[in-house]
Design a protein around this ligand. Structure first.
Ligand code: NAI
Ligand code: MG
Length: 353
């Protein structure tokens, strides 16, 4: 089967790491038809828009989207985020943001004495509503009585579908699911979320559940990551927890994510958790592994399980050997050198069937 996949390399290191992910996917699944869209902050500065107005219509034709990162100094982050990333997530009903975080072989955890078996967490982040809402505004600007309102949106359908999705993933994995709440502070939205979580849990008697306040859960990720398997969280909480979890497992350069429409009505979109990293942009030293693993998630989503597994295996083997490493992993290799090493390994046939 041949696929057509859109890439949006975006800004900064997004461009470099996307090129490596394309290289690796081509090595395991020849014949993908790639189409690149040069939507970025650079385009915004030139045209006043992050993407063309018909962006979602153009992308709807593709089987999947591979996104680098958007955001760059000179363009406020809310413009890059709300001009491209969030509209695409919403246009295609990508209500799941799936963020697997695990300790990869050959990489070191920021936590003392932790091994791969202690650190293997799947964060299921709500991706379409919650705290990331356009409802609100600044009132009486410039006056002493100036104030700002930022509303959260928690719909019944939105909570139910993300929580159910997380229960399904927990059932496939260890059968353990932890829900992030903050019902002691956010006294309307979080008790609502919690009630739905408890109600849906009755449909999954085989899944062991916990509910933790998000601050305590953040501490749990650092102190007892081995007690956690699948975490379900609202948009903001999931965003913060996944950066934390990525950081303790070995850094942002290793953490992939998928913006997924489980109904498969529109294309799903895969990207690294990290951003455009302006501090190292243009140096060719970004770690491409996160984006390459995002490519593996993309293949998995398309049903190309063995190609996805080949990418995953190649990443693990090359990291375990440790002879090709980018500076964030303590090496001196470039983005392209690590990408090529993984592509070469991924293309090699495996011994086992
Ligand atoms: P960032 O993730 O870009 O960088 C944070 C730190 O991690 C930096 O020190 C960076 O050098 C390092 N880092 C990140 N990825 C790396 C990699 N692959 N290899 C080696 N080191 C890596 O986050 P930051 O600095 O907060 O944001 C920079 C820009 O990216 C902002 O404009 C932000 O809005 C945007 N951003 C975009 C995202 C997206 O497109 N989905 C997600 C997060 C941030
Ligand atoms: Mg984030």
């Amino acid at each position: 089967m041949s696929y057509s996949i859109a890439t949006i390399p975006g800004d900064g290191i997004g461009v470099d790491v996307t090129a490596e992910a394309v290289k690796v996917l081509d090595a395991v699944l020849p014949g993908i038809a790639w189409t690149e869209f040069d939507w970025s902050c650079e385009q915004y500065l030139r045209t006043g828009a992050m993407m063309t107005p018909d962006g979602p219509r153009l992308l709807a034709e593709f089987d999947a989207i591979l996104l680098g990162a958007v955001g760059f100094p000179g363009v406020p982050d809310h413009i890059s985020l709300w001009g491209l990333l969030i509209p695409l997530r919403r246009a295609f009903g990508q209500y799941v943001n799936l963020r697997p975080v695990r300790l990869l072989p050959g990489t070191e955890s920021a936590l003392r004495d932790r091994t791969a078996t202690d650190l293997d967490i799947l964060i299921v982040r709500e991706n379409s509503e919650g705290e990331y809402s356009e409802i609100g505004g600044i009132h009486n600007p410039g006056r002493p009585e100036e104030f700002v309102l930022q509303e959260s949106v928690f719909t019944r359908v939105g909570c139910e579908r993300i929580i159910r999705y997380a229960f399904d993933r927990a059932r496939e994995r260890s059968g353990r699911l932890c829900s992030a709440t903050k019902s002691n502070g956010l006294i309307h939205s979080m008790p609502y979320w919690d009630n739905i979580f408890v109600r849906i849990s009755t449909e999954y008697p085989d899944v062991t559940t916990r509910q933790m306040h998000v601050d305590a859960l953040a501490a749990e990720i650092v102190l007892h990551p081995d007690r956690l398997d699948v975490i379900v969280a609202s948009n903001l909480f999931g965003d913060i927890l996944s950066d934390l979890a990525a950081a303790v497992t070995g850094g942002l350069g290793l953490a992939p994510s998928g913006n997924i429409d489980p109904t498969r009505t529109g294309p799903s979109m895969f990207e690294a958790v990290h951003g455009s990293a302006p501090d190292i942009a243009g140096q060719g030293i970004a770690n491409p592994v996160a984006q390459i693993l995002a490519g593996a998630m993309l293949l998995d989503h398309l049903g190309e399980k063995s190609a996805a597994a080949a990418v995953d295996r190649a990443v693990c083997e090359v990291l375990a050997e440790g002879s090709v490493r980018t500076p964030d992993l303590g090496g001196t290799n470039t983005t392209a050198e690590l990408g090529s090493a993984i592509a070469k390994r991924a293309a090699e046939p495996t011994i086992s069937a």
